[in-house]
Design a protein around this ligand. Sequence first.
Ligand code: HEM
Ligand code: HEM
Length: 193
Amino acid sequence: MVKPIAADLSRDGDPPRHPGLSIALHWISALAIVAAFVLVLGRELFDEKAVRAMLLTGHRSAGLLVLVITAARLVTRHRREVTQATESGFERLVAGAVHTVLYLMMIALPLLGWALSSARGHVVSLFGMIDLPALVARNVDLADQLGDIHETLAWTLLGFACVHAAAALWHHFVRGDAILRAMSPFRVRIRRA
Ligand code: HEM
Ligand code: HEM
């Protein structure tokens, strides 16, 4: 059950914030997604097979980190949620729908990457420490199909994340409300007149 926290400033001038763990997991997963893109697209800059393989291994690890963190976020998120008194029901509905789609993609995308690696016959390991089981049997045609879906979903996730980030910035700079401050890794103190 979601327990909303009123978005008004508390007496000591601190805006309400998401729990520290939720804030940390949010920003680590956002950085891991950016890292996954940089590592996999960065392969284009190199011809050496060893370097390209290293970047792909880093890509897989960053992607799996997203999967692990997203699972942790889904377990912890229903404890508390900051809501805005200024938000209409419709705005909350749209934000909730975008968050749900983001969560679904943060689960589906790494699983597809894992499956496509298995289909290519590669062993996927969790941060180079634990070898994970193959999700599907080796099959080059399937790998190509999964690769196409994985890539399309990755760009769709990036598109949704950009819309989501733009909405957060709009709340902060246009609305002037506490939605972004509540998710900020830094404590922002507001002085009352
Ligand atoms: C949030 C997580 C992820 C994102 C954003 C992401 C993004 C991408 C993108 C954009 C590409 C296409 C690169 C290109 O055009 O050259 C790609 C390819 C690839 N990804 Fe991911 N990925 C993620 C997770 C994973 C995971 C967890 C794995 C494996 C465990 C994985 C394995 C691969 C592989 C093997 C390719 C090369 C495609 C091929 O061989 O056809 N990805 N990824
Ligand atoms: C890859 C990038 C990102 C992803 C995948 C992502 C994903 C998410 C998700 C799934 C939530 C819902 C949290 C929950 O209620 O359980 C969320 C909340 C939030 N995100 Fe992001 N995010 C990303 C980047 C950003 C950026 C760049 C900003 C700021 C410019 C931002 C600001 C926020 C804020 C303010 C909230 C709280 C929204 C609310 O209380 O309604 N996010 N994010």
